[in-house]
Design a protein around this ligand. Structure first.
Ligand code: FAD
Ligand code: SF4
Length: 327
């Protein structure tokens, strides 16, 4: 599968990158590590005239501790740097744990946190070659008008399958978005739409530039568990992140978030309230597992059945909250 032809733009500053976006946004794709974009371009899912390469913009890289306001992570920071950051491992362990499970070491060297947050949603009927998709009559997400997963519907249910966003949701992270009209900072939970085909609120002429981890979420214990087919390299087919703070043997605060079982990563509603003030035991962990399983809405977008993936959300959530309480 060859790459389609495109013109490569290589800005050296953020201002230059925004200039290119202002001019060409309607026919351009942004590339960071390229570990998701390049395979998708080979499959002819995207055939942009311009590709905007962010890799030579130093201001988008790095992990910086800010006095009393937490930690800022540049969108171009590699997943390897996040995985091995002593600062993040000490203060936001759920993020380093989730980053360490992405793909393989080689892909984590190339892949970035910004690319992981902006990752395209995935589906068995979409992440295929042009010939394969043509043979099936295409689908709503690309070139067609029907959904093979939910026939008769008009909505795309492709699953968001990034590993770090559920960890970031648990940490109440914000993201910075920059475009020709200026910059804005929004909570990550507002970044996703919940639609499989139009999954981000970011505009085509905007870039994700920084991730903010608040001081108020630092020093929580953190656990990430994921289900995948090949243990050494695969995307999650169900993923659970948990953060927890304890005081005098009781849970002072906790959050649970899921990935790969909905068109967006989601916080489990009611989990924090259920856990706060309690002492952890099997029954409580099971109750939170049930809540998570009810939040998960997997469909036949992957090789594993929705029933199995939902059950694994229940099992992983139970194990993850028990592990977070034991840390
Ligand atoms: C074999 C294989 C296994 C994988 N396994 C996993 C896995 O287990 N878990 C997982 O989470 N991912 C997995 N991935 C996907 C991918 O490697 C990671 O999600 C990675 O973090 C993507 O980052 P990137 O910098 O390479 O993104 P890119 O491929 O460069 O970009 C991904 C998307 O984000 C957009 N984008 C990137 N940066 C920005 C930005 N700053 N602002 C606006 N838009 C932007 C791009 O336009 C593109 O649409 C896998 C990929 C492969 C090939
Ligand atoms: S969920 Fe339906 S519309 Fe979306 S990618 Fe899959 S088959 Fe296509």
């Amino acid at each position: 599968m060859s790459l389609p032809q495109f013109k490569l733009l290589r800005p050296r500053t953020l201002a230059d990158a925004i200039g290119h976006l202002d001019k060409h946004a309607s026919n351009l794709r942004v590339i960071a590590g390229g570990t998701d974009l390049i395979p998708s371009m080979r499959q002819k899912l995207f055939e942009p005239e311009f590709v905007l390469d962010l890799r030579h913009i130093p201001e988008l890289k790095g992990i910086h501790e800010r006095q009393e306001s937490g930690v800022e992570v540049g969108a171009l920071t590699s997943l390897t740097d996040i995985e091995h950051s002593a600062l993040l491992r000490r203060r936001y362990p759920v993020l380093t744990e989730a980053a360490a499970t992405v793909a393989s070491p080689v892909i984590r060297n190339m892949g970035t946190i910004g690319g992981n947050i902006c990752l395209d949603t995935r589906c068995l009927w979409y992440n295929q070659s042009l010939t394969w998709r043509k043979g099936c009559g295409f689908c709503i997400k690309k070139d067609g008008d029907l959904c093979h997963v939910a026939p008769g519907g008009t909505k795309c249910w492709a699953a968001f399958s990034g590993d770090t966003p559920p960890a970031l949701l648990c940490l109440n992270a914000d993201v910075e978005i920059v475009g020709p009209a200026g910059s804005r900072r929004i909570p990550l939970r507002e970044f996703y739409t919940g639609l499989g085909d139009n999954y981000r609120t970011i505009q085509p002429n905007e870039l994700l530039t920084r991730v903010f981890l608040p001081e108020s979420s630092a020093d929580y214990s953190g656990v990430y568990r994921k289900l995948r087919i090949r243990g050494s390299i695969d995307y999650p087919l169900a993923g659970v992140a948990v953060v927890m703070k304890r005081s005098n043997g009781h849970i002072a605060d906790a959050r649970v978030a899921l990935t790969a079982v909905n068109p967006a990563p989601v916080l489990v509603k009611g989990a924090s309230e259920r856990l706060a003030g309690k002492v952890m035991d099997e029954a409580l962990a099971e109750a939170v597992g049930d809540l998570a399983a009810r939040t998960a809405k997997p469909l036949t977008t992957s090789a594993l059945t929705p029933e199995y993936r939902r059950e694994m959300i229940r099992v992983f959530t139970k194990r993850a909250v028990l592990a977070a309480a034991a840390n």
